[in-house]
Design a protein around this ligand. Structure first.
Ligand SMILES: Cc1cc2nc3c(=O)[nH]c(=O)nc-3n(C[C@H](O)[C@H](O)[C@H](O)COP(=O)(O)O)c2cc1C
Length: 172
């Protein structure tokens, strides 16, 4: 798909079938994420790819608890969850991690894969439970959560995008 087409037509997927993205496609999406620009080229971000249902369910429970309702399913049944973290010792960590998220979502769209940014990674990984999870993944250092990028196949049609707001641009 043409790059401009992907960037202007991408939409968030908020319902997934259980089918996983094949490994080749997944690695293309991850390569796009890893090649996002970063402040001073420091590559402060890190991507943790979760595919085991029990690992995804455990993180989803943490996310739902932060939302205040353990019965919610904020990961929408996605079979793959890419957790984007970034090293808080780097001043551009939030910008770096956010660009990784954008690249992942846009690359996914260009390959016909559904994606969505799910929030509250910051809260998750600053909690004792989240810190323990990082340790269990062998991640040491001052990492903060940036976002979760869900990946998978859409289980229902995409919502119609809102028109862009009138004052989005100021062309001078
Ligand atoms: C920083 C950020 C946080 C988001 N968090 C959530 C979230 O927690 N749950 C969710 O369903 N969508 C989340 N989204 C997706 C937005 O709802 C979505 O991007 C927005 O409604 C615009 O729709 P579109 O992506 O289809 O253009 C998030 C998006 C961004 C950029």
């Amino acid at each position: 798909m043409d790059v401009l087409q992907a960037l202007t037509q991408r939409r968030s997927c908020k319902a997934y079938t259980g089918e996983r993205v094949d490994s080749d496609t997944l690695h293309k999406i991850l390569a796009a994420g890893m090649n996002a620009p970063s402040g001073m080229g420091k590559q402060s971000a890190k991507i943790v790819v979760l595919q085991a249902p029990e690992e995804i369910a455990a993180l989803e429970r943490m996310n739902a608890a932060i939302l205040g309702n353990p019965d919610l399913h904020p990961f929408y049944g996605a079979p793959t969850v890419c957790v984007v973290l970034a090293n808080a010792d780097v001043p551009t960590c939030v910008e770096d991690g956010s660009l990784v998220m954008g690249n992942l979502m846009n690359a996914a769209w260009s390959l016909g894969i559904g994606s969505c940014w799910i929030h509250r990674a910051r809260e998750e990984f600053s909690s004792p439970e989240g810190q323990a999870l990082l340790a269990s993944w062998g991640i040491t250092g001052n990492y903060i959560g940036i976002g979760h990028c869900l990946l998978g196949f859409p289980a229902k049609p995409y919502a119609t995008p809102k028109p862009r707001k009138d004052d989005y641009l100021l062309l001078r």
